[in-house]
Design a protein around this ligand. Structure first.
Ligand SMILES: C[S@@+](CC[C@H](N)C(=O)[O-])C[C@H]1O[C@@H](n2cnc3c(N)ncnc32)[C@H](O)[C@@H]1O
Length: 334
C-alpha cells in the first residue's frame, strides 16, 4: 500500500517529530536559496498573479546555521546506503557544501542542471544553471539503477552510447512552461525528478522532500509508485500542493517513461564476414520493401543478426554503393 506522510510544518522540527533514524531511501530537496525571493518574478519573467505567494525565504545571515540544521536531519533520517540530491543556486552553495562537510555523507557527483529561460541580464553572462549535489550515506547498499533508462547497447545515430550520455553530469532539462497556471516559485520539472527517482530508488521506496513547495517531488514519486514524506512550512503553499497531489494516480508516469532496450547482442564485437554483410543488405532491402522505414528495419536486423544498431547501420552505409540492393520505394531515400 502507498502510505504518504506530508506535513505542514518546519522540516527541521517536523523531521525530529515524525521521521525515525535511517528510514528514508531517497531525499530530493530544493531548499530556499537565501536570495531575495521578491526578485523571483523579475528574474523569471513570471506573472506575479500566477505565482503562489507565501514562499518562506531564509535571511542571508541565517543561511549557514539553517543549512547545518536541516542537513543534519537529512543525514539522520536517510538509511545507510540511501541517496540525497540537493538542488542549489550558486549564491549560498558554499554554506550547503560547508554543512555537508560536517556530516558523514559522501559526495558522489556534482551535477550541473542547465535550464532554459535563464536570468535575464545585459552586462554580464546569463545565469542558466543550478547545482545538484548527489551524495550517499555510507554503510549500506546504494541504489543506482544504471540501465533504468537506456540499455547498455543503445546508440544514437552517430554511434554514441545513449546510456553514457544520460549519465553525464551536465543535464540539459527545460523548465516547464505553464502559461496561466498557478505554480510554486522555482518548481522543478517533472523530467528532472523522474531521472533522479529512477536512478536512485525502486518501486515502494520512501522518497522525502524536506521543502515541498509545489509538491513536484511528491507528485512524481507517487507517479512512479514510490512512497513519499515531506514538509512545507507555509500553509497556503501546503494546501495548494496537497490539492494537486491528491489528484495524482499512483503509477501513472509508467506510461510516459522510456523503456530501455536491454537486448543482449550475441555477435557484438565479432568480426563481420563478407557473407554476413551481404545477408544484412539483402534482408534490409526485403524489410524496406514491406514498408518498414530505415529505423524499423535496422531494429529488426539488430535482433535477427545479434548486432548493435550502429554496427548494422555502418554496414548498410559501407555496402550501399557496392551491392546491387533493390529498394522498391525509391522516394524514401530522398
Ligand atoms: C525552492 S522551494 C521548493 C520548490 C519545490 N522543489 C517545487 O518544485 O515546487 C522551497 C520551499 O521551502 C519552503 N520552506 C522554507 N523554509 C522551510 C522550512 N523550514 N521547512 C519546510 N519548508 C520550508 C518555502 O516556503 C518554499 O515553498
Amino acid at each position: 500500500m502507498l502510505r504518504n506522510l506530508l506535513y505542514n510544518e518546519d522540516c527541521i522540527e517536523g523531521a525530529r517529530r515524525h521521521i525515525k533514524d535511517g528510514t528514508v531511501d531517497l531525499i530530493i530537496t530544493d531548499p530556499p536559496y537565501g536570495i531575495n525571493a521578491d526578485t523571483f518574478e523579475k528574474h523569471y519573467n513570471r506573472k506575479a498573479s500566477n505565482v503562489i505567494d507565501g514562499y518562506v525565504e531564509i535571511p542571508k545571515e541565517k543561511y549557514e546555521e539553517f543549512s547545518d540544521n536541516w542537513i543534519r536531519e537529512a543525514e539522520r533520517i536517510l538509511r545507510p546506503g540511501g541517496s540525497i540530491y540537493i538542488v542549489s543556486g550558486y549564491t549560498n552553495l558554499h554554506h550547503v557544501m560547508g554543512a555537508l562537510s560536517n556530516t558523514k555523507l559522501k559526495m558522489v557527483n556534482h551535477i550541473i542542471w542547465k535550464y532554459n529561460f535563464g536570468v535575464h541580464t545585459t552586462r554580464k553572462y546569463v545565469s542558466s544553471h543550478y547545482h545538484i549535489l548527489y551524495l550517499i550515506k555510507p554503510g549500506g547498499k546504494v541504489t543506482f539503477n544504471t540501465f533504468c533508462r537506456y540499455g547498455e547497447n543503445e546508440r544514437d545515430d552517430s554511434g554514441g552510447s545513449l546510456n553514457y550520455r544520460d549519465r553525464e553530469d551536465v543535464w540539459i532539462i527545460n523548465k516547464e512552461y505553464k502559461p496561466n497556471q498557478k505554480k510554486n516559485r522555482n518548481e522543478l520539472p517533472t523530467s528532472l525528478l523522474i531521472k533522479m527517482i529512477q536512478y536512485s530508488s525502486n518501486e515502494g521506496d520512501l522518497v522525502c522532500d524536506l521543502f515541498l513547495g509545489g509538491f513536484s517531488t511528491a507528485r512524481v514519486a507517487i507517479g512512479l509508485r514510490r512512497k513519499v514524506t515531506g514538509f512545507e512550512i507555509n500553509q497556503k503553499i501546503f494546501r495548494n500542493g496537497m490539492a494537486t497531489f491528491e489528484k495524482v494516480i499512483p503509477g501513472h508516469l509508467f506510461d510516459k517513461i522510456r523503456i530501455p532496450d536491454k537486448s543482449n547482442f550475441v555477435r557484438r564485437g565479432k568480426p563481420w564476414t563478407q557473407e554476413e554483410k551481404q545477408k544484412v543488405n539483402i534482408r534490409y532491402a526485403n524489410l524496406r520493401s514491406t514498408g518498414k522505414n530505415r529505423k524499423e528495419s535496422i531494429d529488426s536486423l539488430s535482433s535477427e543478426f545479434g548486432r548493435g544498431r550502429f554496427s548494422i547501420s555502418k554496414i548498410l552505409k559501407s555496402e550501399k554503393d557496392s551491392l546491387p540492393v533493390r529498394i522498391h520505394n525509391k522516394r524514401e531515400f530522398t
